[in-house]
Design a protein around this ligand. Structure first.
Ligand code: AP5
Ligand code: MG
Length: 228
């Protein structure tokens, strides 16, 4: 365990739960500035692999383009490997993982192996019809990953990233029919995690259907209220 001014600092593992489009990526980017922890997003890791044309990326993409979950064995191995890196000893912000009970159990085992555990699971909730609207107008920067929305967080210049001038693009899986499948998959395979973490007393529900800064304030309060 790390020490700060002679006192041991508990590592902090935060699992951001919530349906596609709830704002997990948007909020994690802001929380990360505040908490100085690595942001580990399984979807971003898969997209990075695909960009580099690795076998893992090509395999994952076959599932992602249909809006289905990538099989547990592949996903667990990738995230557990990422968590074993030195920058995760003080904790991590997990976004989009776990997404099944099997992944949640594997995460517990991986953390427990080093005497670590999940501190808090904020679950960002947003009505389904709002999610579809958010995803159909989401734009991303290919260079820094900054997220924009045409109406809710537009770039200063349309189509251009504020940070580095990157040409914004839309994700292939944000087509309306794929979004609908991703939502169905969330309710079928991922939502059982809400009960799972509620029973453990670490789930905090966050209203995601409010302005981005207000969601962030609620999240920071939830994380601060749970020492990890
Ligand atoms: P992943 O990349 O994780 O996608 P997702 O869960 O579908 O979530 P999104 O990234 O679409 O939404 P988000 O909650 O991050 O919202 P965002 O902040 O961008 O996964 C993609 C695929 O990879 C999966 O379908 C699966 O195939 C595979 N995969 C990944 N992890 C896996 C796993 N563990 N197991 C198996 N397979 C896995 O916000 C959305 C938009 O809304 C943005 O435009 C934003 O600007 C806007 N917005 C955000 N907050 C607000 C607000 N409060 N008000 C108004 N607008 C807002
Ligand atoms: Mg995301």
């Amino acid at each position: 365990m790390e020490e700060k001014q002679g006192k041991p600092v508990e590592p902090k593992y935060v699992v951001l739960l919530g349906p596609p489009g709830a704002g997990k990526g948007t909020q994690a980017a802001r929380l990360r500035e505040n908490m100085d922890l690595p942001h580990i997003a399984s979807g971003d890791l898969f997209r990075e692999h695909l960009k580099n044309k690795t076998d893992l990326g090509l395999k994952a993409n076959a599932f992602m383009e249909r809006g289905e979950l990538v099989p547990d064995d592949v996903t667990i191995a990738m995230v557990v490997d990422r968590l074993s890196r030195p920058d995760c000893v003080r904790g991590a912000l997990l976004d989009g993982f776990p997404r099944t009970i099997a992944q949640a159990e594997a995460l517990d085992r991986a953390l427990a192996g080093d005497g670590r555990k999940i501190g808090v699971v904020p679950c960002i909730t947003v009505p389904d019809e709002v999610l579809v609207e958010r995803l159909s107008d989401r734009w991303l920067c290919p260079i820094c990953g900054e997220l924009y929305h045409v109406l809710f967080s537009p770039p200063r210049q349309p189509g251009v990233c504020d940070n580095d001038g990157g040409e914004l693009y839309q994700r292939d899986d944000d087509k309306p029919e794929t979004v609908r499948n991703r939502l169905a998959v969330y309710w079928e395979q991922t939502s059982p995690l809400i009960d799972h973490y509620t029973r453990r007393g670490i789930l905090v529900e966050i209203n995601g259907d409010q302005p981005i800064d207000m969601v962030q304030a609620d999240l920071r309060a939830a994380v601060a209220g749970n020492p990890g």
